[in-house]
Design a protein around this ligand. Sequence first.
Ligand code: SDX
Length: 436
Amino acid sequence: MEKKPAEFAILKIGEKEIRLPLVIGTQGERGIDISSLRRDTGLVTIDPGLGNTAACYSQISYVDGEKGILRYRGIPIEVLVKKVKFIDVAYLLVHGELPGADERKKFSEMLNLNSMMHEDMRHFFDHFPQGSHPMHILSTMINAMAAFYPNVDIKSMADNIDTSCARLISIIRTMAAFAYKKSIGEPVVYPRHDLSYCANFLNMMFDSPVRPYHIHPEAVRLLNVLFILHAEHEQNCSTTAVRAIGSAQVNLYATISAGISALSGPLHGGANQAVIEMLRMIHEDGDVDKFIRMARDKNSPFRLMGFGHRVYKTYDPRAEIVRNECDAYLTLINHKDPLLDTARRVEEAARKDSYFVERNLYPNVDFYTGILYRALGIPENMFTVMFALARLPGWVAHWKEMIGDSTKIIRPRQIYIGRNEIFEHEIENRNNPQII
Ligand code: SDX
């Protein structure tokens, strides 16, 4: 992708002055290209957390954190959730365009063709200890796919990206449902070719030989919305992990397994489960203001889970859609969730509090999603698994873009602040430690 520098930044170091080209993205974002900095000056930049550093050029999604904008391949999420299904968005992210009728039919057939995992993999579930967190199971099982589906070299997987992508998107859904069934001691339910992606997942989760599950169309619609909202979010922690691991030319399964592990952290995808645990604690205590005070208190480890974001300094547009769906869906199923009332009280108190206002801390995608997962019957320890299922196409799209753009391994520099050299005689003088 040609980047024509329109302007330059001037860096003055002592008497030396160098010009660094500015690059400008299609939405007007500007960056300083420092790719020649160390060669020209011997200097590196330092940016812990990389909050000021663009790691790559990308065409997959666009986030404007100040305006609360999120678009996948140029299409606003508000349009996507109304117009298409999750598998259309998966295709859009990986291929850059929404599928036409033929592409959708072919992709849907590939998802069906790849919906069953290797039967030998099914027996893995018998050996995870009871109570294993499904995210740990998922990360292990996806990594193990490299043993069951050979031809994992980068070229084969990229040349057959549709198969690789369909296999991952489809099998991870089966693995997730199997992990849940095993955790409750029920027989696993196999995927069906006559059901859509989301209907299949709900059926595999909740159908049983003695209690047939009624697939409610509104639940299927809602799950499509939730999966679409979680499908992609530019250079977040787990996507950065996927790009970094993938840059070493690790096979796609191991790369995605790393993304699942990164997502499981409570500061990232694990927050949706932590939010519900927090809301339950606040609901049982009753004193919302006490928890707002704790969240402000630097001496308290308590943080308001589901609030704040590295990029969004306004309401996360995904949280807006989810919050509105909470009202609509719970009314439709005539269900009241006391934790939704608590969530609203927490949001109201935080958004009036100077600490949160000054830091632009708003609800993020994880703040209300747990309410909807509860209404769908999804158990809390599966909330982050839902995030992983949804984020898969985003991870695959970034892996494909990264291997297409560059073969350079991702290897940042550092500023060393450790000891000066310790010489051999200094070691010998220290009570003659054995030098290995
Ligand atoms: C996701 O990156 C992505 O795109 C991620 C994601 C995706 O789609 O992939 O959007 C999904 O991970 C959403 C985030 C889910 N995590 C949580 O809800 C956990 C709670 N949130 C925080 O831990 C925090 O807001 C982060 C981790 C989300 C962002 O952290 P940053 O950008 O490093 O912000 P920071 O820690 O530097 O905070 C700035 C200030 C600090 O106070 P000061 O030092 O300025 O006094 O805001 C405070 C923080 O203490 N702060 C909070 C807070 N979040 C930030 N204080 C209390 N509660 C919070 N939740």
